[in-house]
Design a protein around this ligand. Structure first.
Ligand code: F6P
Length: 544
């Protein structure tokens, strides 16, 4: 059902003008209990959304929206293995990938998927033990020291991001590299640092047909075969895919293939065998802890009332900022170097899932969906783009993530990092009026004439909404919970927008056109059918 036709949506829209004109500093001044009222906790996590431009009355309306969209019903459909990805005829059962053994079945088409899930996890555990124990040897008998994951999108971003996030937990003797881009610079610069004798490739692709991955895998295979001969492939290539027939066709021994299933979307696949490079990077026990953290967040999501449910709250705030305040973007600002790749990972999770034009009935949507997600870790971003957030005049809801404890115990760093994080959200909320700026400059000894000249440049409006998520520390368990939080947040928002978050048809058209253009670039087909711009670009390349 079109969200705009719901009564709660109407009531929220009626609040829009008031919400756009009110200033956050006035909301704080009016209510000393604001922080207590607009925060939520889970385990030892704290979600502070009191710096959002929202009131408790607005929250009540958003919760009405949750109920009228039947989010609880959709949660049941997800859990029950229904075909909620209706345009691809698939279930979306990524929660099964972190469901613990002995906690009951998860059914898909009448069958319990859990035995197959745990069998595959066992296979991953066994393989990691062989690599880490130096029992798995390359073709020349040497142990493996370097793993190269070849994959793109969901077959790259999750394990790549998590490997960086869990840098403090890394296995000391194994280096894990990630190659995704079709640009030969990615593979070539990675291979330049490696020895074929001690390198193992993980070719990760749900479909095993993705152009980028197949080209990189073919080039990597060539590099290996040139050095060690055809017979070396079996000891230096393993695969992760749902398409085991294609894996065999590529020449990878099916014994060395790790499976997952079509009910796992690419961007929800980190928890499956797609996590193999992460297992090799940090060990199976840490991977298991990450699954346990994700499962704990699943339990919270499925049981907590919406007003205390972290994924629900984040989704409702997204709806508020996007559809009521009219923000077209959201900045994700982790004050954690380890979470440096989180914005990129969430770009796929959020924008590929919820950047959709039609509702579940195929009707054009009349409201905006996923905002543009962007961001960088703090404090680096402060010295790059924060200027625009503070004074650029655009509405940019910000999401800060910070950890109470550092990942690496170098004295003197962490307190400063936290001070910067909280100072930014404070500054974005308060701003500084012209009078305040002038008073401060005068008090600092500046001449009145100079003050009059400079104060306008040095004041800023504030009222920039933000949320701060404070975690105890970044360990595998909390990382798992954090990623599951965002998965469920995306799902809740999709239910309210009435869209299917599990397909990605928009990506396909570009792939189709690239296949049609390749023969033109190669010169085997004429480009008569092309528009003048595309034809001109191709011609310019062919001229050299
Ligand atoms: O970008 C489109 C997409 O289909 C993603 O959804 C997916 O994660 C990625 O391509 C890679 O696909 P595969 O794992 O099949 O190679």
């Amino acid at each position: 059902m079109n969200p705009a036709t719901r009564t709660a949506w109407d009531a929220l829209t009626n609040n829009a003008a008031r919400a756009r004109s009110v200033h956050l500093r006035d909301l704080f001044a009016a209510d000393g209990q604001r922080f207590a009222k607009l925060t939520a906790t889970w385990n030892d996590w704290l979600l502070d959304y009191s710096k959002q431009r929202i009131t408790t009355a607005d929250m009540t309306l958003l919760l009405d929206l949750w109920h009228s969209a039947d989010v609880a019903g959709w949660m049941g459909r997800m859990r029950g293995g229904d075909t909620i990805n209706h345009t691809e005829g698939r279930a979306a059962l990524h929660i099964a990938l972190r469901h613990p053994a002995g906690k009951g079945p998860i059914l898909h088409a009448g069958h319990d998927v859990m035995p197959a899930v745990h069998a595959e996890l066992e296979k991953m555990r066994g393989f990691a033990a062989q690599i880490h124990g130096r029992h798995w040897r390359g073709a020349t008998g040497e142990p493996i020291t370097d793993i190269v994951n070849i994959g793109i999108g969901g077959s790259d971003l999750g394990p790549r991001m998590a490997t960086q996030a869990l840098a403090a937990f890394r296995h000391p003797e194994i280096r894990v590299h990630y190659v995704a881009n079709l640009d030969s610079a990615d593979l070539a610069t990675t291979l330049a640092t490696l020895q074929p004798r001690t390198t193992l490739f993980v070719v990760a692709s749900k479909t095993f047909t993705t152009q980028e991955t197949m080209q990189n895998a073919t080039s990597a295979r060539h590099w290996l075969v040139q050095a060690l001969g055809e017979g070396a492939v079996a000891r230096h290539f393993v695969a992760v895919s749902t398409n085991l027939a294609e894996v065999a066709r590529f020449g990878i021994d099916p014994e060395n293939a790790f499976a997952f299933w079509d009910w796992v979307g690419g961007r929800y696949s980190l928890w499956s065998a797609i996590g193999l490079p992460l297992v090799l990077a940090v060990g199976f026990d840490n991977f298991s802890s990450m699954l346990a953290g994700a499962h704990a967040m699943d339990e919270h999501f499925f049981s907590a009332p919406p007003a205390e449910n972290l994924p629900a709250l984040l989704a409702l705030l997204e709806i508020w900022n996007t559809n009521i305040l009219g923000a077209g973007n959201r900045a994700l600002l982790p004050y954690s170097q380890s979470l440096g790749l989180l914005p990129r990972y969430l770009q796929q999770l959020e924008m590929e899932s919820n950047g959709k034009p039609v509702d579940r009935q195929g009707k054009p949507l009349t409201c905006a969906t996923a905002p543009i997600l962007w961001g960088e870790p703090g404090t680096n971003g402060q010295h790059a783009f924060y200027q625009l957030i503070h004074q650029g005049g655009r509405l940019i809801p910000c999401e800060f993530i910070a950890c109470k404890k550092p990942d690496f115990a170098l004295p003197g760093h962490h307190e400063k990092l936290l001070a910067n994080c909280f100072a930014q959200s404070e500054a974005l909320m308060r701003g500084r009026t012209l009078d305040e700026t002038a008073a401060e400059l005068l008090a600092g000894g500046m001449a009145a004439e100079q003050v009059a000249l400079l104060a306008p440049y040095r004041s800023f409006p504030g009222n920039q909404p933000s949320t701060t998520l404070l975690l105890p520390r970044l360990d595998p368990y909390n990382l798992g919970a954090l990623l599951a939080l965002y998965e469920h947040k995306v799902f809740v928002a999709s239910v309210i927008w009435d869209i299917n978050p599990f397909d990605q048809w928009g990506v396909e058209y570009g792939k189709q056109l690239a296949s049609r253009l390749l023969p033109v670039i190669l010169g085997t087909t004429s480009g008569e059918h092309l528009d003048s711009s595309t034809a001109g670009l191709v011609a310019a390349c062919r001229k050299g």
